[in-house]
Every structure is written in C-alpha cells, then in structure tokens.
Design a protein around this ligand. Sequence first.
Ligand code: 5GP
Ligand code: MG
Ligand code: MG
Length: 191
Amino acid sequence: MADGSWYDADIDHVIISETQIRDKTAELAKQVSADHADVPDGLLLVCILKGAAMFMADFARAIGRHGPPVELDFMAISSYGQGTTSSGVVRILKDLDRDIAGRHVIVVEDIVDSGLTLSWLLRYLESRSAASVEVVALFRKPEAVKVPVPVKYVGFDIPTEFVVGYGLDFAERYREVPYVGVLKPEVYARS
Ligand code: 5GP
Ligand code: MG
Ligand code: MG
C-alpha cells in the first residue's frame, strides 16, 4: 500500500485532530480525578460499546496517572427504531458484569446527540442503586443542549454533522481512524 491509510481518501475534512483528542482526554481525566480524589473504593467506569471503546481505553489510562483506582465495565445497548435518530426505547445487548449498588459510576460515552439513549441509561443505572452516576462524553452536538440530560464532563461541542473516527462508525467502518472527521458525500452514495 502507498503511504498513508486507506481511509484518508474517504475523509472530507478533520473536525478534531488526534492531538486535540489526546490533550482533551488528559484534561477531562484531571477534572474527574480531582472531583473524586476521595472515593473510598475507586470509580467504576462504564463504557458504552462500541463507540466509546477508544475513549475508554485512553481515558482510563489518563485517570491512572493522577486519579483514584478504577474498575472497568462495559455495556452494549441498541435503540429500537429505524434510521439515524434514536427513539429512546432501548434494548440491552450486554449488561454490566457486576453489581453497581453503592458504587460511584462514571458513564463513558462517545457522543451525545438527542440524549435519548443516555437519559434511558441514567434511569437504568440509578435503579440499580449506584451511589452516584455521572457522565463524561467526548463529544456533544447542539441537539443535546435541549434535553435535560446531565452530562457533567464534555470534551468538545461539535456541529450537527455526522462524524466518524476514534470509535465512531459509519456502517461499522472508520472506528480505527485516530481523529474525528466528516466523510466525503460520495462515500454515502457508494453504500
Ligand atoms: P442519542 O444521543 O441521539 O440517543 O444517540 C447517541 C448515539 O448515537 C451515540 O452514542 C453514537 O453512538 C451515535 N451517534 C450520534 N451522533 C453520531 C455521529 O455523528 N456519528 C456516529 N458515528 N455516531 C453518532
Ligand atoms: Mg454511544
Ligand atoms: Mg454507530
């Protein structure tokens, strides 16, 4: 293969660079660590698969540099309904491995758009008697501002555009792209 990656030809423009993501992740981890320096049994990070997988890996290591001990757990959920807008009706594909009663939980999310998925998830986690539930989301779109979903830690506010990379997919592809960008229109025409 020639220099560069196969996906470079498909990306129209970069929205957030690899360096920006790295710096912001360190900053978010510092804030979360400072706010939770004294949690007795550490934080439970709950990654929402698959989109938040990259962020989880980097965020957990960044917390490790200054913060309290963490445990990692993973959930996979899927919104019922067609198309690109979530309905708010959610199905659990993979549940938490362990009981979260009494734990201080940080939900690690890739991006908050309508906020419907997240608001369902917060109710679910609270019903399982966590001591506290907070959210860190790397990206947020303007729509999310309209929903009363408390996202305590936000990395970047981005425009209302469909983005891929750093865990975010289009038809399961582009998750490995190390930055976040917008696809060329012809990529959609191809599929
Ligand atoms: P909502 O907040 O609308 O319930 O859904 C948010 C979920 O939809 C995110 O966690 C993410 O998986 C997906 N999503 C929202 N916006 C985008 C986007 O621009 N690109 C990609 N690839 N996924 C998105
Ligand atoms: Mg997500
Ligand atoms: Mg997706």
